[in-house]
Design a protein. Structure first.
Lengths: 171, 216
């Protein structure tokens, strides 16, 4: 993921393209990292299908309690531990995050195809794919930054930050 | 695990939306991107070009020693200094610049020497079928067949929008093929060699089409 973000930024931002150069190798690193990111979950799903299926169900299904969570979502932003109490394994915010990141990653993969194999597609499709690719990249990076922020605010994260080790009370 | 699978629906709807925007989104994807980038404005320099190079640095050059060489299957090989080249009748070409990776710069005005004039001055020999354009970066090379190289608008550009080419745009001279994608426009060009037939250029060797014609 980090390789994708770094190589993507170098490919996109002219000042960085200029200081790094080597476009073929940066592009190859970006494509190779994308292939790894796409193949690893696919292989994992194939090998351990029941667990993956169960996880998908836990993330995908919304319960009545999740609606209450969304009535006061701002509480989680300021680190209110009560707001992070979970109705199931995941709270509603985590479920929404999973769906949005999945959409973002699927969009990055799909739009990357015409960008990479441009000669098989209309020029207009390549252009729109590139615009969507950049848009999705911003969205996924913002979601991951938010994820890390909220993870650090969570009880476990707070313990990590204060160097008191992981919380065990909730386990 | 009793509620509706809203996450899955959201994923499928989002993915379908992405495909629809790719296929027939009109100007929506571009608007989304520029809205997100806001004041950063695509993070490009004001001239609208992204910078592509396949080596680590921009080739250095010296005005007093720089030469453009025309050799290979020609009667009179040429070695032209920059002032000699700039002193010839320059042609102005205005065209949209299109990169295969989906960005464009509208109405770019280049000025330079028609490749056809350089070929005529060198006396193309029988058996020559293509021109090999070599970059001073030591890695980049591309080919045009003779008929394409002679077409109107194909120039060795020295100027961009009324000013001398900048280093990042290929200074002091670059190939401009206004009807082809940008990868045919060899930057920092230093040598034109007449060869029997087209060979494989830098990106063509890495999977790009031999035919770089812009498809609208």
């Amino acid at each position: 993921m980090l390789v994708l973000v770094l190589s993507g930024v170098v490919l996109y931002v002219p000042a960085l393209s200029q200081s790094v150069g080597q476009r073929f190798w940066v592009r190859s690193a970006h494509l190779a990292a994308a292939a790894v990111l796409a193949l690893v979950p696919a292989v994992f799903a194939a090998v351990r299908w029941p667990e993956v299926r169960a996880l998908e169900g836990q993330l995908s299904r919304w319960e009545p309690a999740d609606r209450d969570w969304f009535l006061r979502p701002w509480r989680v932003l300021v680190g209110d531990a009560e707001a992070q109490l979970q109705s199931g394994r995941f709270n509603a915010g985590q479920k929404l995050f999973a769906a949005l990141v999945a959409v973002g990653l699927a969009a990055l993969l799909l739009t990357g195809i015409p960008m990479s194999w441009w000669s098989r597609f209309d020029a207009a499709v390549v252009t729109r794919s590139r615009d969507l690719h950049v848009t999705a990249a911003y969205a996924v990076v913002a979601l991951l930054a938010g994820h890390v922020y909220l993870a650090l605010l969570s009880p476990d994260g707070m313990h990590l930050l204060s160097r008191r080790g992981r919380s065990t009370e909730r386990r | 695990m009793t509620g509706p699978a809203l996450g899955r629906r959201l994923f499928l709807a989002g993915t379908a939306g992405c495909l629809a925007l790719m296929a027939a989104g009109g100007g929506v994807p571009a608007a989304l991107r520029s809205w997100l980038e806001g004041p950063l404005g695509e993070l490009t320099p004001s001239d609208g070009f992204h910078f592509y190079s396949v080596t680590a640095s921009i080739p250095r050059w010296d005005r007093s020693t720089w030469r453009l060489v025309v050799d290979g299957l020609v009667a009179r090989p040429q070695s032209l200094g920059l002032d000699e080249l700039a002193g010839r009748a320059l042609t102005s070409v205005t065209a949209d610049f299109h990169c295969v990776s989906g960005w464009s710069v509208p109405s770019v005005r280049w000025e330079g020497v028609p490749v056809a004039d350089l070929l005529d001055a060198s006396g193309v020999a029988d058996g020559a079928g293509a021109v090999r354009f070599e970059s001073a970066d030591g890695a980049y090379v591309d080919y045009l067949d003779l008929a394409t190289a002679r077409r109107e608008g194909v120039i060795i550009a020295l100027r961009l929008r009324g000013a001398e080419l900048g280093g990042e745009r290929g200074a002091p001279a670059r190939l401009v093929v206004p009807f082809d994608y940008g990868y045919k426009g060899v930057k920092w060009v230093r040598r034109l060699t007449l060869v029997p037939r087209s060979g494989t250029g830098y990106w063509e060797a890495r999977g790009y089409d031999e035919d770089a014609r812009i498809r609208d």
